[in-house]
Design a protein. Structure first.
Ligand code: PLP
Length: 468
């Protein structure tokens, strides 16, 4: 069953045939995390988007389950966004962020400072999430150098965390698959164990699990020596690692430990900010913490243009600022820091959020989304169905009686098989080994949530029949 459009689908290409696009893409576009296998990837060609839907050149309609890459918050096809971008590009496409200030970046910085918790008032614009994380880590190093603590450089990060693809941000990422054949800077980082409550031993309470995972942070600091540890970097929910929601109380208690040992807390909100959990930022509003640094990107522009931000607390800047330091610079920056057109897109995005009450909308549809998500656990092949806000994950797990090749297949192929079945029925999900994750555009309605989960249920039932 493929959804056919009414003929008005935004599927026009610029003239190239679908076959040519596929051929050139296979031959010349090296995609992120490109496989070194010899086969052609033959990806679905995205030709247009409208609301929560993507369309291929044949007009087939797909619900965009992952909302792009957790980022297309306001949905596709917003003409006013296109206009805002065109207007800014025509008025002033670019200026050096070293030499000039301009309205879009100044207004946006002031808005982000107002939205961010506590005294996080200084915004350093970047080109995306990786460069925001990179800048945060470089700032932590800079901060301790200026405080006369050049030995205090270690970063604590977590197994299953994902923070990006620059050398620094990849070095603090804990996804096994990301480490395989690429070098990272191991001397800089200490990894803490997986915090996923689903992996706790049978019979252990969530509280006892939380105690253990919180203790990991303190133990790592004590083992390395507090004088050696600069920062702890943590996603409020570990998104790419499989939508891992740490146990209740974890965030506050780990922040307290960081404060006790003079360790900066970097909250990587590249996924959780901009409405995913029903708030501008989740750190304080959802998890009750005011970190020292927040990194943000993705939903900041709803994916219409690339932009990231590293938001710093006043306290940190006050610690290292003085009259006689005029010559000392945070010499980190990008040609496109505060790009006027990207900032104009972020401002239009915020305007749309506010006008349409999108944060409130997310909070109102979340119970339905989460209820449908949890219902997926009724399938024997689904070991866990977890999430928060408009973000969810189902994890495949073989029932105890299943062994051998079938068990291995469930552990390695569940995600890909569910993905293939969903795609054939008009739903994109993001497969990750034995998991599928989804984070649809925030404008999704309850009937559309049902449409999405109805397809997912059919797909999982079919996969279960095949594999168990
Ligand atoms: N941090 C988190 C939590 C992410 O999920 C990602 C990307 O998925 C990044 C950082 C990197 O962002 P980008 O891909 O925009 O560089």
């Amino acid at each position: 069953m493929l959804y056919q459009t009414d003929g008005n689908a935004p599927t026009r290409t610029n003239g190239a045939s679908a076959e040519a696009i596929r051929e050139w893409d296979n031959a010349h576009f090296m995609h992120p995390w490109e496989s070194m296998g010899n086969g052609d990837a033959n990806r679905v060609i995205a030709a247009g988007g409208q609301g929560i839907y993507l369309f291929d050149p044949q007009g087939r309609r797909y619900i965009d389950g992952p909302g792009g890459m957790w980022n297309v918050q306001i949905g596709y096809g917003r003409a006013e966004m296109g206009q805002a971008i065109a207007e800014q590009a025509t008025r002033l496409a670019y200026h050096s962020p070293w030499a000039f200030a301009s309205e879009p970046s100044a207004v946006l910085a002031q808005k982000l400072a107002a939205m961010a918790p506590g005294d996080l008032n200084s915004v350093f614009f970047t080109t995306g999430g990786s460069s925001a994380v990179d800048s945060a880590l470089r700032f932590a190093q800079f901060y301790n150098n200026l405080r006369g603590l050049p030995e205090k450089k270690l970063i604590l990060a977590r197994d299953k965390g994902y923070h990006g693809s620059t050398y620094l941000s990849a070095s603090v990422s804990g996804k096994e698959r990301g480490k395989g054949f690429l070098d990272t800077e191991q001397r800089l980082v200490r990894f803490l164990p997986n915090v996923n409550p689903y992996t706790r031993p049978d019979g252990m309470s969530a509280e006892a699990w939380c105690d253990l995972r919180v203790a990991d942070v303190e133990q790592a600091i004590l083992e390395a020596g507090a004088d050696k540890v600069a920062a702890f970097i943590a996603e409020p929910i570990l998104a790419s690692g499989g939508v891992i929601v740490p146990p209740p109380g974890y965030h506050q208690r780990t922040l307290e430990i960081c404060r006790r040992y003079d360790v900066l807390y970097i909250s990587d909100e590249v996924v959780t900010a901009f409405g995913r959990l029903g708030h501008w930022f989740a750190s304080e509003d959802v998890f009750g913490i005011v970190p020292d640094i927040i990194t943000s990107a993705k939903g900041l522009t709803s994916g219409y243009l690339p932009l990231g931000a590293m938001i710093l607390s006043d306290r940190l800047l006050n610690d290292i600022t003085s009259d006689d330091r005029e010559h000392i610079m945070f010499s980190n920056g990008y040609t496109y820091s505060g790009h006027p057109v990207c900032c104009a897109a972020a401002l239009k995005n915020i305007e749309i959020f506010e006008r349409e009450g999108l944060l409130e909308h997310v909070r109102s549809v979340t119970p339905h989304f989460q209820a449908r998500l949890r219902e997926m656990a009724k399938f024997e092949i689904v070991g866990d169905a977890r999430g928060m806000g408009l973000i969810g994950c189902i994890e495949g797990a073989a029932a105890p009686g299943i062994s051998g090749a079938n068990r291995l297949a469930i552990d390695t192929e569940f995600g890909a098989r569910v993905d293939a079945k969903c795609e054939a029925m008009g739903l994109i999900v993001r497969p990750m080994i034995n998991m599928c994750v989804f984070s649809p555009p925030l404008i999704i309605t309850e009937p559309q949530i049902d449409e999405m989960f109805d397809i997912l249920e059919t797909a999982v039932a079919q996969v279960q029949n095949e594999m168990m």
